[in-house]
Design a protein around this ligand. Structure first.
Ligand code: FE2
Length: 427
């Protein structure tokens, strides 16, 4: 007896026509067919059934604030940081909570059920921390929300930031953040990494730093982060986010760096939508893309995940929190259009993100949590191509969001045509 069976499901690994049986909120069977009593059946014929999307890097305290108190006129990273500084004194707990709540609704509707959000701790009032801890609690049945104590203005550069960061951890924030490339000197950047990693070791926490979000090939804080990860035995618990300077680094240097990252099991998170719009701004032509070396890191055995980073905030005025939009951009900018590479890109917004966040019970396997998304697309290729409707979003075996299939009806010279954009059957 099952509570739910999702039948005729295509899975991201290429298996087709599978049945997924759910009991007590967990996946109890994944078989070619299940003949058993069940309370509810979802027929997923022709559809990809995926584990939920994971957003490994987001800023929920700033999201949906586009236009407050003004618009970023240049669209640059530095004007975005200045604008965030103007907005911070105007923030209230309630306003942050309301915007975050709306963003969570958008995320659920898009099938994203795990988000790691950085939260700025440089304002000693810690309003954003208070608001997002409430949101984490409010949505815990729907989204695994991890919070990172993020010293946006530099943990050493900004007065009181280290104390605020520790207070945020005491309040229940999950992960230690940092921004070494924004400290006053390279040495101060390295010192910030040492202090923050030691704090993580003492408290038994994970680390996720904004690291080398720069076009400067000499911004090499990822090397220091990797060193302290290895020194302190933090293997698998540390993430370097952005890593855009790696785009511009010397190839020989990178050939030494990547095996060290793999050895320390440092996760890498790229944010393709943001990296392609904010990096290379000081270049004339040729103009660098700025995205980190996704293909090369994957080949070196490093876990690479993608984040959305921003949706309608001081840095980025686009987006609807769709991780397939992120995957689509990442695939193009990293030029990963090979058959196996398309599947690897899909992993960056699903299983690799789950690994970076340390989620347990993730996946479409027996014993995993019954969290899934039924997409109006037959495979991962079409999912990335179309960014299609999420027909059903399932959490713990229960449907928590539905979207009707998208079909356009055309009338041409008296004839009716239906268009769903799915690829025609080959052969
Ligand atoms: Fe970020």
């Amino acid at each position: 007896m099952f509570d739910l069976i999702v039948k005729n499901a295509n899975l991201p690994d290429g298996r087709r026509g599978m049945a997924i049986g759910v009991t007590d909120g967990r996946i109890a069977a994944v078989e070619p067919a299940i003949h058993a009593e069940t309370a509810e059946v979802i027929d997923a014929t022709g559809c990809l059934v995926s584990p939920p999307f994971v957003d490994s890097h987001f800023h929920m305290d700033a999201t949906l604030s586009y236009g407050l108190p003004r618009v970023n006129q240049s669209g640059t990273l530095l004007e975005g940081i200045a604008l965030w500084g103007e907005l911070k004194p105007l923030l209230t707990v309630e306003a942050i909570r309301q915007r975050a709540e709306k963003l969570c609704h958008w995320a659920i509707a898009r099938g994203t059920l795990a988000i790691r959000s950085h939260v700025d701790v440089c304002d000693s009032r810690l309003l954003a921390v208070e608001a997002l801890l409430e949101v984490r609690e409010q949505f815990k049945s729907y989204i695994d929300l991890q919070l990172v104590a993020f010293p946006q203005d530099g943990v050493l550069r900004s007065d009181g930031a280290m104390e605020n960061l520790k207070r945020a951890l005491d309040m229940g924030v999950d992960v230690i953040g940092g921004i070494p490339h924004f400290e006053r000197t390279m040495d101060q950047g390295a010192e910030s990494i040492r202090q923050l990693c030691e704090l993580a070791a003492t408290r038994g926490l994970m680390v996720d730093m904004h690291c080398d979000e720069s076009d400067d090939p000499w911004s090499r804080h990822i090397e220091t982060l990797t060193y302290h990860t290895q020194r302190l035995g933090l293997h698998g618990r540390v993430t370097g986010s952005h890593l855009t300077s790696m785009h511009s680094m010397d190839n020989y240097y990178v050939s030494k760096l990547l095996p060290l990252m793999a050895e320390a099991r440092v996760h890498a998170v790229a944010n393709p939508l943001i990296n392609i719009t904010l990096q290379g701004r000081h270049d004339t032509y040729p103009k660098r893309r700025g995205l980190t070396r996704v293909r090369e890191m994957l080949a070196a055995g490093i876990n690479v995940a993608f984040g959305h980073d921003c949706v309608m905030d001081p840095w980025y005025s686009f987006g609807s929190h769709d991780m397939l939009e992120v995957a689509h951009m990442g695939l193009h900018v990293a030029q990963m259009t090979g058959t196996e590479e398309i599947r690897q890109i899909y992993d960056t917004v699903t299983v690799n993100g789950a690994r970076a966040l340390g989620l347990t019970g993730y996946g479409i396997e027996v014993g995993c949590q019954a969290d899934m998304v039924v997409l109006q697309a037959g495979d991962v290729h079409d999912a990335i191509r179309l960014r299609p409707a999420r027909l059903f979003v399932i959490r713990g075996g229960k449907v928590i969001a539905k979207t009707a299939p998208v079909v356009s009806h055309l009338s041409i010279e008296g004839k009716d045509f239906s268009v769903d954009f799915l690829h025609p059957v080959v052969g």
